[in-house]
Ligand binder design. Structure first.
Ligand code: BG6
Ligand code: MG
Length: 214
């Protein structure tokens, strides 16, 4: 019996995953790495610093810690510039209605994003009131695929992890949800998110009628 539903943000509520990608691609190109969309899948869901380390590993580049910190800061500056222009119209079709509908069915709703920019994105989109709990990248020690972020969200919702369902677009996020003992809906391709219990192309495609059957 599902009592809590936990949503990732980037790529599940809004297409900020694309802004992360273009900012990382821009940074990678500065040191001669062409970041492909396939490689970008590895960056989804993990922390800013882990994303940078993955790009450096792809390019077989070794840098001192201080330089890595400066590069991560540079990428974030671009990302923040990109997201300042986002508007509520960019929320994926049907998602606000879906959240309101879930709440009207007495389900508790949380947001669990690895992004330290999540509070700003939620503010720009004007959807904070749709969630009972918010967990962002500033509140966790271990990044997805570690289950910490989802376990914290369940705790804040006061729902047992085995009664939570997670929506995720990242492979690392699907792994984190399953490691937390939760059910997971993958938003994207079965090829990428095959470990999820159920796959939808878009978040709002998920039918509440099958909630307790997966
Ligand atoms: C996740 C994204 O939600 O947040 C990652 O999927 C991103 O791509 C991570 O790197 C960290 O985000 P931020 O905004 O703290 O750099
Ligand atoms: Mg995501």
């Amino acid at each position: 019996m599902i009592e809590g539903v936990i949503f990732d943000l980037d790529g599940v509520i809004v297409d900020t995953a694309h802004y992360h990608y273009i900012a990382w691609k821009r940074l990678a190109s500065e040191f001669g790495v062409t970041l492909t969309t396939q490689q970008n899948e590895l960056l989804k869901g993990v922390s800013r610093m882990r994303s940078l380390e993955i790009i450096l590993e792809l390019g077989k580049i070794h840098l001192p810690e201080a330089e890595k910190v400066a590069l991560a800061k540079k990428k974030n500056k671009w990302f923040v510039e990109y997201i300042e222009a986002i508007r509520p119209e960019e929320i994926f079709a049907g998602v606000p209605e879906m959240l309101a509908n879930y709440r009207s069915q007495n389900l508790k709703i949380a947001l669990a994003s690895s992004s330290k920019n999540a509070p700003r994105v939620i503010e720009l989109l004007g959807i904070a009131h749709l969630f009972d709990a918010l967990v962002d990248g500033t509140m966790i020690t271990h990044t997805k695929p570690d289950p910490e972020i989802f376990l914290l969200a369940a705790k804040l919702l006061n729902v047992s992890p085995d009664r939570c369902l997670v929506f995720e677009d990242a492979e690392a996020g699907v792994e984190a949800a399953l490691a937390a003992g939760m059910k997971c809906v993958g938003v994207g391709s079965a090829e990428q998110l095959g470990k999820a219990n159920y796959i939808v192309k878009q978040t709002a495609d998920f039918d509440l009628a099958i909630l307790n059957k997966i």
